[in-house]
Design a protein around this ligand. Structure first.
Ligand code: ATP
Length: 236
């Protein structure tokens, strides 16, 4: 269980998150819905050790606190982040980018097996394994970013707006791959503005508004929730 409790985060005087509590069980898919600037990326950054929360915040994995764990050690704990903007290395090939993800100790024994799994998930990466990543399309680069995160053998995969800037057909393809990742038992923590597709793969969701959790429910219930409809799905 990944548990975030009373998490607050500030940038100077700006309180980006206040008293945020979110739980993700093993194998579960949870989506955080929120408008631009709501604090979604900040939440993932705090879990990933990329931003330091205010005292009194708690982030733990299976009862062990993650606070103070530097970002480069987080993959060792079984948590992987696909950051907004992907964070891939454009001047390296697909293969080289994937290999960078296999660095954690927990990943080394299963490197070949995981590589095969990723090429099975994204056949396009197998066809282009020697291609420089900067010459690839946005969708392909997102596949590389997800593939690299999966190379670390995560139990929890965090994705920051994977659909951003991609054509609808590519988004559909990516989410089909994420469904297959779910079936391997990996828990997903998804931050998205594409509400309908993310609710279609999620078990539960939270609504984040101006740094506060203002609601949470099952994905089924959120699909028909009036506030969600109004805020995100173009309802009235
Ligand atoms: P988006 O979808 O636009 O990325 P978000 O929900 O992910 O939005 P965050 O990126 O977490 O939101 O930002 C939350 C708030 O904190 C915003 O008001 C943002 O301007 C501010 N913020 C984020 N990063 C920093 C930073 N490094 N320094 C100062 N303020 C920041």
């Amino acid at each position: 269980m990944l548990e975030i409790e009373t998490l607050s985060l500030r940038y100077g005087r700006h309180l980006a998150l206040e008293n945020v509590s979110v739980k993700i069980a093993e194998g579960e898919t949870v989506v955080i819905l929120g408008a631009n600037g709501a604090g979604k990326s900040s939440l993932l950054k705090a879990i990933g050790g990329l931003a330091r929360p205010v005292a009194g915040s708690k982030i733990s994995l299976d009862g062990q606190s993650l606070l103070g764990t530097p970002s480069h050690k987080i993959p060792e704990t079984g948590i992987a982040l696909v950051p907004e903007g992907r964070g891939v290395f454009g001047d390296l090939t697909v293969e080289e980018n994937l290999l960078l993800g296999a660095n954690p100790k927990r990943a080394r024994a299963t490197e070949a097996e995981r590589n095969a799994l990723i090429f099975d998930l994204f056949p396009r990466l197998a066809e282009r394994k020697r291609q420089m990543v900067r010459t690839m399309s946005g969708g392909e680069q997102q596949m590389v970013a997800i593939g690299r995160a999966l190379m670390s053998n995560p139990k929890y995969l965090m994705l920051d707006e994977p659909s951003l800037g991609l054509a609808p057909i590519v988004v559909t393809e990516l989410f089909a791959a994420l469904k297959r990742v779910q079936k391997t038992g990996v828990a997903l923590l998804l931050v998205e503005q594409n509400v309908s597709i993310s609710l279609s793969i999620a078990d539960r969701g939270y609504l984040l508004e101006a740094g506060h959790i203002v609601g949470s429910d099952t994905a089924e219930a959120l699909k028909t929730d009036a506030a969600v409809q109004q805020a995100f799905l173009g309802g009235t």
